[in-house]
Design a binder for this molecule. Structure first.
Ligand code: 7UC
Ligand code: FE
Length: 282
């Protein structure tokens, strides 16, 4: 394999059957956060098999997202296939980290765009390790010992079968199935040792400081400082990752937040995703 370092490193001639290439790619992803594999030409089983080279895939908890033959493959699509709806349209149009609202977020995300619109293409990323580093000493002091609470509530998608159900009943069901998860605001990345400010505009609903006080002001200030509030200046750059149909993106989901750029025009867009845990459960 050949690669140029930097966020969004492009990798040519990656050999998924080579243990050496897999180990080198993992290192590259933890260091550079995003890798783009070119020219692999994978089908759905091949893409899932590639995911297994990086860890243990976990299927998304909502079946509406599953590929009909391979439940571990999550499908984002705004088109029908042979008159049948496959996957869910317009996913992830908000700053988030995959499964941040679950007790065990995914370590790595692999996506493969299959149909890429001509306009509004790409995915935006912010490096939360870099964001932590860029915080003022005063903000670093304030996040020390604090916790953040995450929930999917605001972005849970109404399923076709939910039509005419009372909203209160749906919200109660979402809360029962995916109760809010509280975790330290900053955690140490197991592979890089970097401190990561693990919050997102989409999923983080509240913060409590080291003394247990609710701190909506601090959460807002941190979201602004990490570049997740539009129109607020921030120290950290937003990275636009572009790709072509058939590429495979592999990213460090625990160190980044991302946001899909979706088209509002009727242009078709389809992508596959496999998410993996790269270590044994604690
Ligand atoms: O439809 C979506 O935007 C999916 C989102 C609520 N969750 C993706 C994830 O992996 O956390
Ligand atoms: Fe996502």
């Amino acid at each position: 394999m050949a690669a140029q370092p930097g966020m969004g490193v492009v990798v040519e001639n990656f050999d998924a059957d080579s243990a050496e290439d897999v180990a080198l790619l993992k290192k590259t992803v933890y260091r550079d956060k995003i890798a783009v594999l070119r020219g692999l030409d994978l089908d759905v089983p091949g893409f899932l098999a590639l995911g297994r080279r990086f860890g243990t895939p976990e299927a998304y908890y909502e079946p509406a997202y599953h590929h009909p033959e391979h439940r571990e493959v999550f499908v984002s699509a705004n088109v029908e296939e042979n008159g049948r709806r496959i996957g869910v349209p317009k996913t992830g149009r908000f700053w988030h980290s995959d499964y941040q609202f679950m007790p065990r977020p995914f370590d790595l995300t692999l996506t493969s765009p299959r149909v890429v619109p001509a306009r509004n293409r790409g995915t935006l990323f912010i490096d939360l390790a870099r964001a932590y580093e860029a915080l003022s000493p005063e903000l670093k002091r304030q996040v020390e010992g604090s916790t953040a609470t995450h929930t999917v509530r605001r972005y849970f998608k109404i399923r076709p079968g939910d039509v005419f159900r009372p909203l209160g009943e749906l919200v109660a069901e979402v809360d029962a199935k995916t109760p809010p998860v509280t975790a330290p605001t900053v955690y140490e990345h197991p592979h890089t040792g970097e401190r990561v400010l693990y919050i997102s505009e989409g999923f983080t609903e509240s913060m409590h400081d080291a003394d247990g006080r609710s701190r909506p002001d601090l959460l807002r200030e941190l979201l602004a400082a990490t570049g997740q509030l539009d129109d607020e200046p921030s120290e950290v750059p937003v990275h636009l990752q572009t790709f072509e149909a058939g590429d495979v993106l592999v990213w460090d989901n625990r160190a980044l937040v991302h946001r899909a750029v979706h088209t509002d025009t009727p242009e078709p867009a389809v992508s596959w995703r496999v998410t993996v845990h790269d270590r044994a459960a604690a």
